[in-house]
Design a protein around this ligand. Structure first.
Ligand SMILES: Cc1cc2nc3c(=O)[nH]c(=O)nc-3n(C[C@H](O)[C@H](O)[C@H](O)COP(=O)(O)OP(=O)(O)OC[C@H]3O[C@@H](n4cnc5c(N)ncnc54)[C@H](O)[C@@H]3O)c2cc1C
Ligand SMILES: Cc1cc2nc3c(=O)[nH]c(=O)nc-3n(C[C@H](O)[C@H](O)[C@H](O)COP(=O)(O)O)c2cc1C
Length: 456
């Protein structure tokens, strides 16, 4: 075969390109095989050596949990054996037998632990434990606009010190996931895991969603205005998947951190539905995000939005149980998401207890709820309007009145979901439930995932 010099050059280039591609594939395949070997070796082998590191997270809305998973991935990629656990699973035996623990914890309420660390705070942090053998590091998440910034993380750190545990480096405080603190954490991880490969912290990625519809739900109400909003992915982007209980995070154009909203719809609706209460500051100005979403934004405009998995408020293992859904105000949002999922799955029984101000203006989604009650999707509906009568009544009062039924439902395996305001409602509901079921039973329901809250 006679080849011209041009043809010869093309042939050599082609051989070169194919060889380079082959070599690249081989390298990727080897890297992936090694990675898989590390992952499977450390995944579920009950007889393998104990983990070098335990990573314990305390998280309410999933941020600390997400960071804990990334942290575990970094160690695993470096070939280090790790065990990832929620703080609720960290008992005395685990503490005493672990030599190294990374704590990744957020703060809720007013300097309080998230729900999945409440038992740890009560049971372990109220006692003296011999932890002189323990080396630990802590990443503590919070928000400087709260009075007790990183309150729970600091309490945890002080308690660990008092038990003789030794910090590998001073705890790192994170204000609303600021990237400087996050990168400081990943740098420390690189040292601990002995790798240069620790990823830089990537902030959340938002995509454009179009406001497709908005309705004012409570004209004439004594309370702040509340709006039903519907969003769909902008342009050609397809609808992502989510589960009832998940959150939508929205970045307002002003320089504020992203705001969370409980999703009131399921993917079958084709849109993300939100229920947004318009906040008013003392000086009469509107809340940064709620003002923008309900007043400034026009139907057809785009917003930066992302959907966040909210493991702790999903139906999860409770999908086959009876459900008691309790909430007030905009909290009907997350509960409506669950009811829609239950209607779609034809599962029950379902009992909704909901509180607002006036029946005339504030009975959100009334027609839909009454239809579900008529067709049996909803078995019990209790609505309590605090301002309909001179005497004030709240959803927690209704719970106390219904104590026998509530006890029966719990005996039949029901799970409890609470959504809405932290101040007033969530504490009152928690006390009412504890009065009926006992505090230890409620703690038990919480630690086994049968008592879940999305409160803010
Ligand atoms: C898990 C979760 C789920 C949530 N779900 C929902 C939901 O479904 N629906 C819903 O409506 N909300 C929900 N929220 C609340 C929501 O994320 C926002 O906090 C809310 O919309 C207020 O944000 P904003 O930017 O409008 O108000 P901001 O501007 O942040 O103001 C809120 C409050 O901060 C104080 N404040 C801020 N700036 C000033 C100032 N200049 N002067 C005086 N006071 C000030 C005031 O107390 C004010 O009322 C949820 C929150 C969480 C954490
Ligand atoms: C209702 C509520 C109460 C909060 N209370 C505090 C607080 O007292 N101190 C603080 O530093 N941060 C507080 N935060 C901020 C959270 O700790 C912070 O957003 C954290 O990143 C959440 O992490 P998570 O998603 O893992 O729960 C609070 C947040 C919410 C929604």
């Amino acid at each position: 075969m006679n080849l011209t010099s041009n043809e010869l050059l093309r042939l050599l280039l082609a051989i070169g390109a194919v060889s380079a591609y082959g070599l690249m594939c081989l390298l990727i395949a080897r890297r992936e095989t090694a990675k898989r070997r590390v992952e499977t070796q450390f995944a579920g082998d009950a007889h393998a050596a104990p983990p070098a590191w335990r990573i314990a997270y305390a998280s309410q809305t999933g941020t600390a949990e997400e960071i804990a998973r990334l942290t575990a991935d970094t160690f695993r990629l470096a070939g280090v054996r790790v065990l990832l656990t929620a703080m609720s699973a960290l008992d005395d035996a685990a503490l005493v037998s672990s030599e190294r623990i990374l704590f990744i914890v957020s703060t809720y309420g007013e300097g309080d632990p998230p729900d999945n660390a409440a038992l740890f705070a009560q049971r372990q942090m109220s006692r003296i434990l011999p932890l002189g053998h323990l080396h630990y590091a802590a990443l503590i998440l919070g928000d400087r606009s709260y009075t007790h910034f990183c309150g729970f993380g600091q309490q945890l750190n002080s308690w660990l010190n008092a038990q003789g545990a030794r910090a590998l480096f001073p705890f790192i405080e994170v204000d609303r996931c600021d990237s400087a603190s996050m990168n400081a954490w990943y740098q420390q991880l690189s040292h601990l895991a002995g790798t240069d490969d620790a990823p830089d912290w990537q902030g959340p990625t938002f995509t454009a969603w179009r406001l497709a519809a908005r309705a004012h739900l409570n004209p004439g109400s004594q309370g702040n205005d509340i709006f039903h909003l519907e969003f769909e992915p902008a342009g050609e982007t397809s609808l992502p998947d989510w589960e009832s209980g998940d959150l939508a995070q929205i970045q307002a154009p002003t320089d504020v951190h992203p705001r969370e909203y409980s999703i009131a719809s399921i993917p079958r609706d084709g849109r993300v539905h939100l229920l947004v209460r318009l906040h008013r500051h003392m000086d009469g100005t509107y809340g940064a995000a709620s003002g923008w979403l309900t007043q400034a934004l026009h139907v057809g405009d785009n917003v930066p939005l992302r959907i966040r998995q909210h493991e702790r408020f999903r139906l999860g293992e409770n999908a086959a149980r009876p459900l008691i859904l309790i909430g007030n105000g905009s909290g009907i949002s997350g509960l409506r998401g669950h009811l829609k999922a239950r209607v779609e799955a034809k599962s029950g029984p379902n009992w909704l207890l909901f509180g607002e101000r006036n029946s005339a203006c504030d009975f959100h989604y009334r027609a839909e709820l009454e239809t579900w009650l008529e067709n049996g999707a909803l078995d019990k509906l209790d609505v309590v309007f605090s301002r309909d009568k001179p005497e004030r009544r709240y959803v927690q009062d209704r719970i106390l009145e219904a104590s026998c039924a509530l006890q029966d439902w719990i005996n039949q395996g029901a799970a409890i979901y609470v959504c809405g305001s932290l101040k007033g409602m969530a504490g009152g509901v928690d006390d009412a439930l504890a009065a009926i079921l006992s505090r230890s039973t409620l703690d038990e329901l919480s630690s086994t995932g049968r008592y879940r809250r999305d409160v803010y």
